[in-house]
Design a protein around this ligand. Structure first.
Ligand SMILES: [Zn+2]
Length: 77
């Protein structure tokens, strides 16, 4: 699969695996870290996380929910 830059349609896109920290939750957000493939365009320097990274982040959220409910089964997330 050839990656394309969403900003300039360039195909000079490189992938860097990076630790991406993001917040999850509305009332008491937690910081989660996911190792995701960050795409970077060599032509316009645009950087973005695509669906592959989104899926990895979804998995990290699921794991953290499971870990939290294992520790405290009454906790509703
Ligand atoms: Zn670009």
């Amino acid at each position: 699969m050839k990656l394309e830059c969403p900003s300039c349609d360039s195909r000079n896109v490189t992938t860097v695996w990076t630790d991406h920290t993001f917040q999850y939750g509305v009332f008491s957000p937690v910081s989660l870290v996911a190792k995701v493939p960050l795409r970077r365009c060599s032509d316009c320097q645009e950087a973005w996380i695509d669906f592959v990274g989104e899926e990895i982040m979804t998995g990290v959220v699921k794991d953290s929910k499971k870990a939290a409910s294992d520790q405290n089964p009454s906790l509703e997330l």
